[in-house]
Write a protein that binds this ligand. Structure first.
Ligand code: HEC
Ligand code: HEC
Length: 371
């Protein structure tokens, strides 16, 4: 069901309830609980093109990395590592986030630094030196020589392959990645998971930040997650971190020993403390570990333990975090609930293209192709 459709139904039922002069009768308590993530309408041909581009290593400078190298459908569109890899010669300093439901977000990356649209994220992912390190002009010339792309761009209504349409087609594909099939959505939670959901909404207080159908308030908070020492111990990660910190205009970037997170938005600790990160979705966690912006926790049980202790040691952490006094059974109930929010692995043909032939014969008139 699309978002618009849901909104219309909501309006209609409110109107008809008023017209009939009856109060809207809510069902049992579950009516207020978050629902499934709505699917988004897409243009099938544009999304199919975006799907091929997403899996195509020719979009990176050295033709070795595709979006899917780091965002693997088998792992919920993450890479299963604590910290990301990066373009040859550097290494990442953040955990790869899932792309499932990402089209529902309004601000992206762990620090929420891009708040415009997925078109911009696509550009940044392709061109950023420590990501795919690609010059988009070179990319355009590369894909223009592949007869399959020439046809697909045309069929999708984009005309000749261009940078602009690559930046539109990939987001169209990302819109197809919506959670589905979780025990939570199907009403098939175990008794243990149901008990966990009550804790989640009640005693453990998780829902104050993990709210809505994706289980996130889409805001940054400081939890005091410990730093991942690999960022400062491994030279190839360190160079990437230092470069990033310098790009962000952080005064003390050479000596910084903490990921600034959303601090970069204001450069003012009173507005946003260093080490604040966007609340992530809790959907598809079974596919996406390790957890947190720096992959510091391998299992959901470790995450729950962290919250049970009231979060990390930092004095300026979010005041909502308090020791919870959970029993062993309660911790397992919370884990069972979190697991019930995971559904189908999106690895079927709707999400993964047929093999991409990069040994293609270039189009006949490749010298004459116009821009
Ligand atoms: C080298 C690994 C790598 C490659 C290649 C890569 N990404 Fe990412 N992606 C990441 C990491 C790491 C982050 C988190 C970065 C951060 O928070 O600073 C991320 C974040 C994102 C996000 C934001 C998700 C969110 O919830 O905030 C989107 C969307 C995304 N990538 C899409 C893409 C697309 C599209 C491509 C291909 C054009 C791509 N990525 C290629 C590693 C990669
Ligand atoms: C004050 C807001 C807040 C509260 C309360 C809160 N969380 Fe979180 N949660 C966050 C933020 C912010 C992150 C990301 C932190 C980071 O990346 O370093 C997070 C991360 C997580 C993750 C890791 C997800 C991933 O993909 O890496 C899980 C699991 C989680 N929270 C579960 C819970 C549970 C269970 C509770 C209740 C016991 C809870 N949270 C309470 C804000 C909160």
């Amino acid at each position: 069901m699309t978002k618009q459709y849901t909104a219309r139904i909501g309006l209609l039922s409110a109107v008809s309830a008023m017209a009939m002069g009856v109060a809207f009768v809510a069902g049992p308590a579950v009516a207020a609980d978050p629902g499934p993530v709505p699917t988004i309408k897409v243009d099938a041909k544009k999304a199919a093109l975006g799907k091929r581009l997403f899996f195509d290593p020719r979009l990176s400078g050295d033709a070795e990395l595709s979006c899917s190298s780091c965002h693997d459908p088998e792992k919920g569109f993450t890479d299963g590592e604590a910290l990301s890899s990066a373009y040859a010669g550097s290494n990442g300093f953040r955990n790869v986030p899932t792309l499932i439901n990402t089209a529902h977000k309004a601000a992206w990356f762990h620090d929420g630094r891009v708040g415009t649209n997925l078109n911009d994220i696509t550009r940044e992912s392709i061109t950023e030196t420590y990501n795919m390190n690609m010059d988009m002009r070179l990319m355009q010339e590369r894909i223009k020589q592949d007869p399959v792309y020439v046809k697909m761009f045309k069929d999708a209504g984009y005309g000749e392959p261009s940078n602009g349409s690559v930046r539109k087609a990939i987001p169209e594909y990302l819109k197809t990645l919506t959670s589905r099939g979780s025990p939570y959505d199907k009403g098939e939670m175990s008794e243990q998971a149901k008990a966990g959901f009550e804790l989640f909404k009640g005693k453990a207080g998780c829902i104050s930040c993990h709210s809505g159908d994706r289980f996130t308030d889409d805001k940054p908070h400081k939890l005091g997650v410990p730093n991942n020492p690999a960022i400062w111990n491994e030279p190839e990660r360190h160079i990437t971190f230092v470069t990033f910190a310098k790009f962000q205009g952080l005064e003390n970037y050479m000596n910084l020993r903490q990921d600034p997170g959303a601090y970069i938005r204001y450069h003012d600790e009173t507005l946003m403390p260093m080490g604040s990160f966007m609340t992530p979705t809790l959907r598809e966690l079974k596919q996406t570990g390790p957890y947190m912006h720096n992959g510091m926790f391998d299992s959901l049980f470790e995450v729950v333990n962290f919250y049970d202790q009231g979060g990390g040691q930092d004095k300026d952490k979010d005041p909502a975090l308090k020791p919870l006094g959970l029993s062993f059974d309660e911790k397992n109930q919370l884990v069972a609930f979190l697991e019930s929010l995971s559904g189908d692995v999106l690895n079927g043909k709707d999400f993964v293209p047929e093999e991409i032939d990069t040994e293609y014969t270039v189009i006949d008139d490749w010298r004459k192709a116009k821009n």
